[in-house]
Design a protein. Sequence first.
Length: 129
Amino acid sequence: MEQYVTGSLIKNAIFDGSNAVLDSVNPVFNCINLIFHPTDAVWISINAIFNCINAIFDCVNTVFNCANAIFNCINAIFDPINAVLCSINAMVCSVDALASRVSRIQNSNDAESISFVGVIRSILAIALL
């Protein structure tokens, strides 16, 4: 009977020791589990950080879109001015070409040719006003 009691005690001691080892190892695995499988609160925090970063980029994008719209507006203001200047330049070129032809056609002296070109330019300048 003593052997049975001693065997049971040894067996119980082994089980108690293994339980103690498992009890001490369990928190280590729980810690490892938390590292590799964070709780919802951790994921929510990480998600919030990325949402914040995304919001910053959205804000920067909005600033650039606004700046682009301003430059487009400025460009739209100068487009008609540029078109008018191009038209005036084309008219001046046409007047010069016409005056050049007229002066070649004329057989009179240079003074008359120059005065005729001046008259045409004056008429067109008044018409443009």
